[in-house]
Design a binder for this molecule. Sequence first.
Ligand code: B12
Length: 437
Amino acid sequence: MDPLRNNHTRDPVQQKSAKIMSAKELRDLCIEAGADDVGFIETRRKAIVSEVHDILRIFSKSRTIISIAKKTNPDSIRSPSVSVANYEFAKVHQEIAESTQRILKKLNEVGFRGIAIPPGFPMDMDQWPGRIWEISHKPLAVEAGLGQMGMNRLVLHPVFGGYILLDTILTDAELDTYNQPIHENPCIECGLCVSVCPVNAISRKNRIDFMSCAMHNYHELFGGFQDWIEGIVMSKNVHTYRARFRDSETVTKWQSLTYGHFYRCSYCMAVCPAGENPMKEYQPEKKKYVQEVVKPLKTKKEPVYVIAGTFAEDAAMKNENKKICHVRNTIRPHSISSFLDGVKLLFNPKQAAGLEMSIHFSFIGDEMKEAVVTIADGTIDVEETATGKADLQVHADSETWIEMLNEETSLLRALVTGRIKLKGNPLYLKQFKKCMV
Ligand code: B12
């Protein structure tokens, strides 16, 4: 691989004043420490402005972002055995974390400072239900020239394809050259990721339905864990508990707590033929590839976790090999900000078919905020504005609104006490609630 691909050289005047390191030297150091590919971005680059606030909050001295890719073993990821695929994820997570530690040590030895971001967990759970991860590795990897986002919303490396995990280091070292995004997207838009997803989370429109993926894939992570704890609390006796959680689910929780969490699915990564290496297998014998790689995952008999009344449930129902297990959404807003951020995430387009409406929210009390939520053509839009015509106006005390959403108080009680006031047809509120999972 050409280490100088799409590179930009620094301005010579700037070079004199800063603590400079050669990009070539840093690249060699990273590869030697275990990275399979690496790219560099200057912290002040405009294209990553959405990440810069967090980058400087975490490490205020940051001058350079080091984006690291580590290969996973395709055959392990493709295995219909969930434990084989997860063992691979766990090991590569560990390896990438060890590589970043080695890189930091080397940087320290030559007089530079820095920090490594966790590749996945642990995350900042105090931010729940918001952005719990400190840094988004994907947009940084794209800017660092490690690949482009594919239809499956994974960063696809030009050689290794989607079979990579990512990590990021922030350092005070300044480099003589930086990388730029690659021009060509390795995604060939074959749609295999769309077809294999058991919950219809991937679409041809290059977006992922977070809730559908998270409810199934992350069932053994945060979502399912909250449901399990609340299920225990709500169970009157062992019989009601067992009616809700099969024995295999109880022991799965034990396994996750003992050995670390496991993902229920990575099929969109498993089937992706993008990238030079996977292409060698796909291109000459596409039918054989589908038969050997895609079919075993589609026909695998397994439980699939979905929320009732969603497109995810419809997709799972269409596949006779998947056993539908209904779950509840456990992502609850704790503030008006998280409510407004969350409505897009929790929007259920299936329930919004044929619906057209807009609601103007005006919150007072702890959080003073105005917003207009519009539902039309099966999509939702949130605008933090006080203007515009609305079918319904909701004036609410912010704390009462959150309590009402979390079923800690009733709408009737809030209306009677005047803490929530409605102007317009209240049926719109009922329909709005129906459109949320
Ligand atoms: C959140 C997250 C998820 C979420 C959302 C995925 C997404 N597209 O963002 C879910 C649960 C669906 C998920 C699933 C998986 N993930 Co993931 N995930 C992350 C995480 C922590 C942040 C991703 C991110 O930056 N998103 C922001 C932007 C870029 O994405 P977006 O599409 O614009 O917006 C979504 C999110 O903002 C999300 N969202 C918005 N608000 C909230 C609030 C909460 C509470 C949560 C949790 C999410 C959330 O919803 C949006 C719509 O999808 C990263 C690790 C990291 N620190 O970067 C790994 C990461 C992206 N995941 C990864 C992997 C491998 C997976 C899985 C294969 C599972 C697995 N076995 O590990 C699947 C693949 C699903 C897919 N095709 O994307 C790899 C990707 C490697 C690559 N080649 O690109 C990463 C980089 C981890 C790593 N260190 O390598 N993941």
